[in-house]
Write a protein that binds this ligand. Structure first.
Ligand code: ZN
Length: 239
């Protein structure tokens, strides 16, 4: 694994607003604490989300972008970018790979955090089709697209974006996590980030308890002991 001292820039590629907050906001807050520059890239605006449909899809998209900016701020992230794909209809196309590769070349991250592209048969919730599509496209953008100057040559020719090699990817929500981050110190900020998604969670009774018990269970699985919280990832070396 990359030593912590060599992780100075991180790009988090997510399908929907709130995904990064569920998956990795505790870890992100700890990165931000030590001065790591973190960028969020959201493939959709989450325009098909929410239960209280008093808004049409474009109203919902605008609301959810605003909520995501607040959530990012809660864990020290101010660079939040949106690709504007349609929620619920994401597929790992060449176009999506190019759009993610573009941002990789702009941001030059050491580490990319994204969704696991495989379905998790033990726990289906993280395996939304948009998540799997984004995880697959993001991995393809890391290897080979972003590092290959001949892939999407227009990125170099028209936009001057040089090839960039991401050295490590952490995958969220997959069946085989092998790296656990103790987020006890940032759990309050993770919860604040999640609660920024008012349209998604305000109506959920006992939401804070639900979140604490989920991430508490993972801390026990990780061997951190009782009363602690953890986020889990599968680490993929991509140097
Ligand atoms: Zn999602």
């Amino acid at each position: 694994m990359l030593p912590e001292s060599e992780i100075n820039r991180v790009l988090v590629v997510s399908a929907h607003p709130d995904d990064a907050d569920f998956g990795s906001a505790g870890t992100i807050a700890l990165f931000a604490d030590r001065g790591v520059e973190v960028t969020y890239l959201l493939v959709t605006d989450g325009d098909a989300g929410g239960n209280e449909r008093t808004l049409d899809n474009s109203g919902m998209a605008e609301l959810r972008r605003t909520e995501q900016l607040a959530a990012a701020k809660a864990v020290g992230v101010s660079d939040v970018r949106f690709l504007g794909y349609s929620d619920g209809q994401v597929t790992p196309t060449l176009e999506l790979r190019r759009d993610i590769a573009r941002v990789i070349r702009q941001v030059k991250p050491d580490l990319v955090i994204t969704h696991h592209p495989d379905r998790n048969y033990q726990f289906i919730a993280p395996s939304h089709p948009d998540h799997r599509a984004v995880g697959g496209a993001a991995l393809d953008a890391v290897y080979p697209d972003a590092r290959n100057p001949y892939a999407f040559p227009e990125l170099l020719k028209d936009e001057g974006l040089e090839a960039w090699t991401v050295r490590e990817v952490w995958l969220n929500g997959g069946p085989t996590p092998d790296h656990w981050v103790d987020i006890t110190a940032s759990m309050d900020r993770k919860l604040a980030a999640l609660q920024s998604h008012v349209s998604q969670v305000a109506h959920v009774e006992g939401f804070a308890d639900f979140v604490k018990s989920r991430f508490g269970a993972w801390a026990e699985q990780a061997g951190f002991g009782e009363g602690r919280y953890a986020e889990g990832f599968q680490v993929v070396p991509t140097a």
